[in-house]
Ligand binder design. Structure first.
Ligand SMILES: [Zn+2]
Length: 127
């Protein structure tokens, strides 16, 4: 059995081989540790982008998204606080409320009487 050449290894690593050729290389590597090593080497050098790069790319994106979200939250809080401060100060300056507002006094005449004093009526009837 002939060893697959380096180009075949590279093509395998790049996933550019047909199913049959890949199968043949795999079958060969099962019986030929030397070529298995070569295949691993080829995959290491010519394989598709390794995972860490993709992960870091996605990490960057997620970090950016998180930063944007944090900034949005920070701006939202700042806007909320500043708008609340403006409204309270504006209320204080535009419509000053006197501190000792006159409480509604209940005069004794207007105080509700309870029951209309039935005892007096009984005394008058009796006496
Ligand atoms: Zn071999």
């Amino acid at each position: 059995m002939s060893h697959p050449n380096d180009q075949d290894m590279v093509n395998y690593a790049r996933d550019e081989l047909g199913r049959y050729k890949k199968f043949r290389i795999i079958e060969h590597c099962k019986e030929c540790p030397e070529c298995a090593e070569r295949l691993i080497e080829a995959a290491r050098e010519h394989g598709p982008e390794p995972e860490p790069f993709r992960l870091s790319k996605w990490n960057k994106i997620s970090i950016v998204v998180m930063l944007v979200a944090l900034l949005a939250v920070a701006f939202g809080m700042y806007w909320l606080l500043s708008s609340v401060g403006e409204s309270t100060s504006r209320d204080l300056f535009d419509t000053p409320v006197p501190e000792g507002m006159p409480a509604p006094e209940v005069s004794p005449e207007e105080a509700p009487q309870e029951g209309g004093r039935p005892q007096d009526a009984d005394e008058q009837r009796l006496g």
